[in-house]
Design a protein around this ligand. Sequence first.
Ligand code: SF4
Length: 755
Amino acid sequence: MAKITRPHMARVKKGWDRSLWASKKPFGIGEQHPNNFAEITRAIRENKDEAGFAWRILSQGVCDGCALGVAGLHDWTMDGPHLCNIRLRLLRLNTMPALNPSVLADVSELRSRTSTELRELGRLPYPMIRHKGDPGFRRIGWDEALDQIATRIRASTPDRIGFYLTSRGTPNETYYVAQKAVRALGTNSVDNAARICHSPSSVALKQTIGVGATTCSYGDWIGTDLLVFIGANPANNQPVTTKYMYYAKKAGTKIITINTYREPGMERYWVPSVAESALFGTKITDESFLINTGGDVAFLNGALKHIFENDLLDHDFIAQHTTGLDEARANVEVQTWAELEAHSGVPEVEMRRFGQMLGSANTAVLVWSMGITQHSFGEDGVRAIVNLGLTRGFVGRDRCGLMPIRGHSGVQGGAEMGAYTTAFPGGVPVNEANAAQLSSLWGFPVPSAPGLTTPDMLDAAHARNLDLLFSAGGNFLEAMPNPSFVDEALSRTPLRVHQDIVVSSQMLVDPGETVILLPAATRYEMPGGITQTSTERRIMFSPEIEGRRIGEARPEWEVYLDLARRVKPELADRLTFTGTQAIREEIARVVPMYDGIQHLRKTGDQVQYGGDHLCADWNFDTKDGRAHFSEVRLPEIGVPEGMFAVSTRRGKQFNSMVHEKKDAITGAGRDAIMMNPADAKTLGLHDGDQIVLRNEMGEYHGRVFFAPVKPRNLQVHWPEGNVILDHARRSPESHVPDYNALVRIEQDAASRAAD
Ligand code: SF4
């Protein structure tokens, strides 16, 4: 039994509890679930040429996988090892050798390869260039590459250049330096992967409770009365959370899921680092509410209506620390149960049941993810969650919290370091006063108008209004809706720069005029070490790790400064850092909440900004010091007769990187179209039938895969499903793309011919 290390966590019951077992068959033999021991064997085989390096990365580094956060093999929530298959699958990216640059001399054959096959070519070792009409890339030197980019920037105007950073292992130091360098170039058009995942969470949380991040710690999961997951599948995306869930259940926590799909990994899981669970599995979810795609707002408003109708509120908390209750109440009063049922797809009695559970709980942690945010009304989904959290003060105290759980390692720090079109470092809004303050700190003029968000950059590129797109990692072709639109946008951009560790398919899109590839060092190769911030706001130090080094790959932060100095030599003295320690020292000065980062030196060193809880003791960092209820209207999400709502953001992958052809948790292949068997029966379809999903954006070919999804709703894998998504659909405030669509189902012509 792991020892609980955090004082605010509840006591965990000792001994094994058969009532929690998922199966009496040892190791779940015959059940569909990941084989974590096979994953370890695979990782050993893949990394055998650099076994020592691989081990040092695992035992000393901060994981470059998801944003749960672990240094070496230990975290700050539970004792015992912390390791998962995502980390093991990513390991090879850090240990593999360089590719032979001659493989890029002609890209025509490479364009038919999958991204997995492109990654397997090896690490990018040298800067390379390809002009329009060239069959492929040739090697150039760093000076030539950066001079060409600098020349283009000088010939352009700040409104016609855009910079994007992925969350692929990208550390705080890189984000901070990148945004400073880009702002020195005169634009705020520097965005990062947070834009396309949790930007609605940051916006809505700031508006309602005054902070833009998770308010609690993972330890608050252990022993809270209710742990609620809304549009989230952490068993897939942050696998070690299942260990926290195991201990939460042992401490008496009830786990609730609200989703369109009864995710098998959230129903039961075999946690490899816990003997009881590794042997017999653990039943995770106690109550599951199956709702329509986009039906969250209605479902959550229904629960809120029940809480109001039955006066289940914490009146003292509300009177002393909140505002807007009456308006929120009036808003849901006029939403009829019939409307709420039609939108959510859930009977009134179910919404009331969830409302009653929340209204009778003393503590609750509400966790959400892309199922809430990636809608054209993503901010409203978050505001509906916050409303429920405020009914009983489920924030700022032990075993309570509002948690937008983050998917990728760098993404929490990306926006907090200011690599964000709409925010300066510290999440400070882009405006005149804040720009003036930064200008005096940095010694050069900082622009005060928001720049282009990631979707805006692609729109501008498509309209031929962008001269330079500089993308550090990422793959717009796979991450953004409507790949043919993205392909056109990329190929219309005169100069594209792709800074990355491996080859991606977007690099191979034909040049508008020129494409330059820049080889990046991984986080483990950076002299001076780096830091990363986890979902629970923990800033963790990861040292430089001895091992294989790749050609001329450089730390990305150095490249941004080198480039900015070439464009603005007069600012050279203000665009220089002696190393990552100097960057951390400046971060501590510019971003007060990150104070302490400058003292981190070795594996295990960390500081959790804000402490265990933001909004502690119900101090809200809003203008009036109060938390704000919101009036959340029902979105327009009707599904016309004969059509289905399809959600695309699911996978067995990391970022847009597909890791496996078959999902070990669901058993689904990549072409699976998850469908309720009742719908299939109505349509005369069988498991495995080939079908086409069609709408005005395109068509998606796949196979019927029977799954417990809500009827009239479908799910497909991402990025494959991007072909049916409308690139123009995005949320109004944060511009997150909508990763959902309406489709008609047709039988595949190939399968018809075979009948
Ligand atoms: S759960 Fe996340 S942080 Fe932990 S090992 Fe897996 S990928 Fe890394």
